[in-house]
Ligand binder design. Structure first.
Ligand SMILES: [Zn+2]
Length: 125
């Protein structure tokens, strides 16, 4: 897949994710995680080379490393679209309406008490 390119000042990205059915994964130290079907948004950042980070998320062939990798690897899960921004990831995440399905998910590096960098926005449209 071609590496996407984004404006230079963009440091954060949001993955809009569709979970088609109820999904259960085992994600590293978090253990067993259940995700009801619906629309989710994952917020992350890459200070350098945002395009490479997004391309990694979109790739099917990679070592599973972060919590989000385990979710995206599930066959019932797909990325609908990607948005990027200059807004710092935690602020952008906190601005997003939605609930936290799984405390701690995707927040291993979070220092701003987001609770999780994955939010549930509601059922699929
Ligand atoms: Zn955060």
């Amino acid at each position: 897949m071609k590496k996407p390119s984004y404006p230079e000042d963009h440091v954060s990205y949001q993955l809009h994710i569709r979970v088609r059915g109820n999904v259960r994964i085992v994600a590293g130290a978090l253990g067993s995680c259940n995700f009801p079907a619906g629309h989710y948004v994952y917020t992350g950042s890459a200070r350098r080379n945002l395009g490479a980070r997004v391309a990694r998320h979109l790739s099917d062939s990679k070592k599973l490393r972060w919590h989000i990798d385990y979710l995206l690897a599930h066959p019932e899960v797909e990325i609908l679209r990607v948005e990027t921004s200059a807004i710092p990831e935690c602020r952008w995440n906190q601005q997003l309406a939605g609930s936290i399905p799984l405390p701690g998910f995707g927040a291993s590096d979070c220092r701003r008490h987001c609770g999780s960098h994955l939010k549930y926005l509601g059922p699929n449209q």
